[in-house]
Each structure stands twice: as structure tokens, then as C-alpha cells.
Design a protein around this ligand. Structure first.
Ligand code: NI
Length: 139
């Protein structure tokens, strides 16, 4: 892919803070960090089209001893909100479990599924990561 160079003006102090962050994150140079930032912004934009195809990763910690919680989570996993294509369960300690599920569907479906899961009482530390499905990922 063709790379295009362009100039960016920025306050010295802001650039200094940016460089410090790049060091911490391990970026080789500013260009690579900037490309990542732009990609992240564009994904945010894409999410506004709720009918676009996406892949979502929903991760959360929950207490398996809470009554009904496991059943509700299983029921949601089998709901029509997207299609769960993979999942991982880790027993963290005597009562807490970490669950990571990968869902295929539209941005809207996946967002709704994540909202339903993460809003259940007893579900902690939940997070949703969404990425657009690119045209060459058709299956
Ligand atoms: Ni467990």
C-alpha cells in the first residue's frame, strides 16, 4: 500500500507528552502510533452504522454462585443477538469466573448483547471490544 507523508503542527508540550506515551507503549516511531490512533478513531465512526457487520469480544468476570446468573448468561449466549462463534471460561478462584465470548453480528446486535450481559447484577469488570468486519473476511 502506498504511504503518503504529511506535516503535522503541534504544541511542543503536547508532542512531548505524546513521545513519552510512545516510549511507554513501545512504539518504534510517531508514524506507527499515529496510524493506530487514526484506525481507532475510524472504528469508532463505523460503530455508528448499527447495521454494519462486526466482530465483538465481550469479556467479564462473574460470581458463578449467584443464583440464576449462569442460566441467564447461557440464555443470552443462545439469543438471536449475534452469533457466538467462540468462548472461553476460566475459573479464577473458588467463586469467580472469567468469561470471554467472541460474537459475530451487526454492531447493533453485538452492542445490545453486551449491554444485556454487562448490566446483569453480579457481572463485574465487563468490557466490549468491537471491530468492523472487512469485505475480505466474508464467510
Ligand atoms: Ni468457572
Amino acid at each position: 500500500m502506498k504511504l503518503v507523508r504529511f506535516g503535522v503542527s503541534m504544541e511542543e508540550r503536547l508532542l512531548g507528552e505524546f513521545d513519552n506515551l510512545l516510549d511507554k507503549k513501545g512504539y518504534a516511531n510517531r508514524s506507527e502510533a499515529l496510524r493506530d490512533l487514526v484506525r481507532r478513531c475510524l472504528i469508532g465512526q463505523e460503530q455508528q452504522d448499527l447495521s454494519a457487520d462486526a466482530i465483538g469480544v465481550i469479556s467479564f468476570v462473574y460470581d458463578h454462585e449467584r443464583r440464576e446468573l449462569s442460566h441467564r448468561l447461557t440464555r443470552l449466549g443462545h439469543s438471536r443477538l449475534g452469533k457466538v462463534i467462540s468462548s472461553m471460561h476460566v475459573h479464577l478462584d473458588a467463586t469467580n469466573c472469567l468469561e470471554i465470548i467472541v460474537v459475530q453480528g451487526t454492531f447493533g446486535e453485538i452492542q445490545e448483547l453486551a449491554d444485556q450481559i454487562l448490566s446483569i447484577r453480579g457481572v463485574l469488570h465487563g468490557e466490549l471490544m468491537l471491530a468492523p468486519r472487512l469485505p475480505n473476511q466474508e464467510s
